[in-house]
Design a protein around this ligand. Sequence first.
Ligand SMILES: C[S@@+](CC[C@H](N)C(=O)[O-])C[C@H]1O[C@@H](n2cnc3c(N)ncnc32)[C@H](O)[C@@H]1O
Length: 241
Amino acid sequence: MSVVVPLDFSRRSSQLELMDTEDCGVAEFEACLADLAKVNRLTFAYRPTFAWLDRVVDQRSSTEPLRIVDCGSGYGDMLRKIDAWALRRGIEVELTGIDLNPWSRAAALKATDADRPIRWVTTDLFDYRPDQPIDIVLSSLFTHHLTDDQVVAFIKWMEATAQVGWFVNDLHRRPLPYYVFRLGSRLMRWHRFVQNDGPISITRAFVPADWRRLLVRAEIAEGAAQVARVFPYRLCVGRVK
Ligand SMILES: C[S@@+](CC[C@H](N)C(=O)[O-])C[C@H]1O[C@@H](n2cnc3c(N)ncnc32)[C@H](O)[C@@H]1O
């Protein structure tokens, strides 16, 4: 007789994702990232990052190029959208996507016009040493890949690195999106990594109290960073200096 163990949403899961563990080829990883970009579009995932960026740029007086780094950039869809946004707003930008997996760089390069001001760097974020000052550090669907200790190190790194501010866009750990995504990703026949890892990502993600605790551990002063829920089931953390 098999016993069904109810899922525990009261704490972050440590279950590993296929995309972090399975040794697959570039075509398979690219197909996974392309489906993830479809999920991003369908779930309005870019919206909170642009709302934050708009606010930051409206307050900025400098006319120097805005240097933005996207951590765990994957397929690069966020940076391509930022490039288009900057063109619309008449802002000069220098964009860098960092990703641990070399297949991410290959997929992002292929999906990006060669004349765009975006560099793709393959490295573990924790080994990344920027060669010039960075204004803004962004990430999307990245922090849930990290352990709590790594999230604290990442917050400290963002705080030390970003001259203007930083913004984390990730998931809110709740049962409803877990079950909806599990069913929806199967119905949509998205890539098997997306079907498997999407629900796991939600169990690895955060609730507001997690972020408050992690911000204290990273020695961010109370009130200096804002934690916000954004429809549908995103949890974002932003800090403007
Ligand atoms: C779920 S994907 C998110 C991709 C993209 N940001 C998006 O929103 O679709 C997470 C990405 O983070 C990358 N990643 C995980 N750990 C990393 C690390 N320590 N340093 C850099 N990239 C990392 C993975 O290779 C993967 O491409």
